[in-house]
Structure formats: C-alpha cells, structure tokens
Design a protein around this ligand. Structure first.
Ligand SMILES: Nc1nc2c(ncn2[C@@H]2O[C@H](COP(=O)(O)OP(=O)(O)OP(=O)(O)O)[C@@H](O)[C@H]2O)c(=O)[nH]1
Ligand SMILES: [Mg+2]
Length: 370
C-alpha cells in the first residue's frame, strides 16, 4: 500500500515538472507576429483620365488588413538601411566644421567614387564643390547635399501611374536581368497596393522555371491576390494576356506582371519583352508602368543594364533593390543624372515592408546628412 502511494507521488511530481517546463517554453517561444503598422509608403499617381471627384491620392488612411491577411509592417529607417553607403561619408563627417577644405573635398571625392556614383558624375560634383568653397567639411557636406537634391529634382514625377479607368485594366510590367529582385518586389508591392485599397491580380510571366511561379504564389497568398500562371516553358505573353482577361472578368483593376530575366529558347529576351508589352497593351489591358528592377549591389553594371532595357522596352521607372546590403547605393545618382530615369521605389530588405517610395530628400539625408 505504502509502495503504491510512493509510486503515485513520484508520478504526480513528474507531471508537475513537465507542465512547468512546457509553460516556460511557451513563454519563450515567439508570439504571434506584431500587429501590422503603417505599410511602405508607395506613391500613386492617377492619370489625367481620372475624374476630378475621384478619391484623393496617397497618402490615404490605411484600411485595417482583413482577417488572416498580412500587413506590410513598419516602414524601415532609411539611415540604418543605407548604413553601408552612408558609412563611406563617415571620414568626411568626422572632419567636422574645422576640417581643411582641400581635405574635405578629397574625402568627398573618395566617398562618392567608392559609393559607385561613377567617375563622370563624381568629377562634375567635385568640380562644382571646388567652385563653391565653404568652410570645413560641414560646408562641403551641405553643398553636396544641395547638389544631390538638385540632381533628383530633374525627375520630379516618381509616382506610379494607375488610371483606374472603367473597363480598362492597368498593367505594370517588371523587367530586369535574373536575380535582381523582380518577383520579391512584386510581392511586396502586392501587399502595399492591397493596403492602399487597390484590387490587384498577379501574373507569373516568368515561365522559365516553375519555382518562379511558386515563389510568386506565396506572395499572392500573403496578399490575398489571385495569381495567373502557365506551365513551365510556356509563352509568357499568353500568361499576361490571360491575366488581363481574368482581371477584367473579376473586376481587378491592376495586374502586376512578372517577367523572366532569362529564357528557355533562343528567342531574344528583348524581343520577348516587347511581345509581352504589346500583348499586355491590348484592350482591355493598358501598360501604365514598365518598371526596371536593378540590383544596387551590382553598382555601375546596373547602369549598363538600365541603358539596354531603356532602349529596348521603354522603361517608365526604376526599382533599385538591395540598397540595404551594399556600399554601392550611390549608383542611384548616375541612374537619374545620366540616364534621366526616375527611381520610383527602393528595396531595403527582404521583408514585406522593405520596399519604400524613393524620396530624394530622405535619401540624401540618409547618405550625407550630418
Ligand atoms: N537584402 C535584400 N534582398 C533582396 C531585396 N530584394 C530582393 N532581394 C532578394 O534577392 C533575391 C532574388 O530576388 P528575386 O525576387 O527572386 O529576383 P528575380 O529578379 O525575380 O530573379 P529571377 O526570377 O531569377 O529573374 C531573393 O533572395 C530576394 O529575397 C532587397 O531589397 N534587399
Ligand atoms: Mg523572379
């Protein structure tokens, strides 16, 4: 009898300690994701075709994400995300107000070159820094910041065009070489646009590999958007065509279309993209943006890609990705100054909130702000 009581006591002790350990583990394990905060601010422009009484442009009040849906999270701090490029200007900042002018200009030149601003633009910037001697490094930083803001002011319109004309489906094509971040950008944007009240459908126009459509399918699920896809190796134009038809039938007014950075066949990538564009532009579709996605970590190579794609498919804006992981963020300057292309969005991480509208003043501050 006593032995039975001892056994029962030991069992009770074991059960108690297991329960305590489980509840401790639960407390330590990450909780549900934090409530979504403000999504990435992505500017929108409606064309002049929009009636004057249409809803106001962004920033609009953010609707609460629906049940089971995922928000884009808080917009990231640009200074932190651009830390590696910003760091190149640290020696210049360190010279402070009393730094020798010549030393400050040398430090500025070195930082600009290392940030992949390129020789042409750096030479011009440095020449005008010399013409406007200011006191110390702080003076040089402030003149440089003014010069950069001026460069960006040459491309004043960075909004993304959505006509929302009745009976018409706006199509945004995403083009660029492989690996630059097209699919990820579309995914992030699908979430952001949904949060802005847009009715979005995704087109997996990258038929090079099935995994590309699978990757987009995950984002579509997160955004609660429909995805139209084709078989691996199928004609990407027909996928985009089907997507436009489906969008019209369902009442989605915006199609975000992915494209491949490479192809199965020997068909020229440029020819393929031109065909996709032509097909997407057929009624009821209307291509309102052709966004060239460029990877900032490739620096000056991105500039060469931008030249080729602009000539080939008529780019309306640039999405510069991976600014978070590179010291080559200065490439945004020659993209604007030499190619006259507006950078509309920047990618500053892999998460859903890590796509933000490019705002020159904030960017310049993040780079050279004291
Ligand atoms: N750090 C960082 N990584 C990014 C960013 N944008 C995309 N990526 C990552 O870059 C990698 C390639 O992105 P994808 O979206 O697959 O690129 P893609 O252009 O669609 O590539 P292909 O389909 O092969 O042509 C992925 O690992 C993304 O998570 C960004 O802004 N920052
Ligand atoms: Mg892709």
């Amino acid at each position: 009898m006593i032995a039975l009581w001892i056994v029962l006591g030991v069992l009770a002790l074991v059960a108690l300690s297991t329960a305590v350990a489980t509840s401790t583990r639960r407390r330590r394990s990450p909780g549900p994701p934090a409530a979504p905060a403000a999504p990435a601010a992505v500017a929108t422009r409606r064309s002049t075709a929009v009636p004057p009484n249409a809803a106001p442009l962004a920033p609009e009040p953010e609707p609460e994400p629906g049940p089971g849906s995922e928000g884009t999270g808080a917009a990231p701090a640009l200074r932190d995300r651009l830390g590696r490029t910003r760091g190149l200007f640290a020696p210049l900042r360190a010279l402070g107000a009393r730094g020798e002018l010549a030393a400050a200009i040398d430090a500025a030149e070195e930082a600009l070159l290392r940030a992949d601003v390129g020789v042409e633009t750096t030479t011009d910037l440095v020449a005008s820094l010399r013409q406007r001697p200011e006191r110390g490094a702080d003076g040089v930083l402030s003149v440089l910041s003014g010069q950069l803001v001026e460069i960006f002011s040459e491309n004043p319109d960075r909004s993304l065009r959505v006509d929302r004309e009745p009976g018409v489906v706006d199509v945004w094509l995403f083009v660029g070489v492989n690996g630059v971040g097209k699919t990820t950008t579309i995914g992030k944007l699908a979430l952001a646009r949904r949060d802005e009240g847009d009715s979005v459908l995704l087109a997996a126009g990258d038929t090079f590999r099935a995994a590309a459509a699978d990757q987009l399918a995950l984002w579509a699920e997160r955004a609660g958007a429909e995805l139209i896809r084709g078989a691996e190796g199928s004609d990407p134009s027909s996928v985009v065509f089907d997507a436009v038809q489906r969008a019209k039938a369902r009442g989605n007014h915006l199609v975000l279309a992915d494209t491949a950075g490479r192809l199965h066949t020997k068909v020229n990538l440029v020819e393929e993209l031109r065909k996709i564009r032509r097909v997407a532009d057929r009624e009821p579709g209307r291509v309102t943006e052709v966004l060239l996605v460029l990877d900032a970590t490739t620096g000056q190579n991105a500039l060469a890609q931008a030249r080729e794609f602009t000539e080939a498919v008529g780019v309306t804006g640039v999405v510069l990705t991976k600014l978070d992981g590179t010291a080559k963020g200065g490439v945004v300057i020659p993209i604007e100054r030499q190619l006259h292309l507006p950078v509309k969005l920047v990618g500053v991480g892999e998460g859903p909130a890590d796509l933000v509208a490019f705002e020159p003043a904030a960017f310049v501050d993040a780079l050279v702000g004291v």
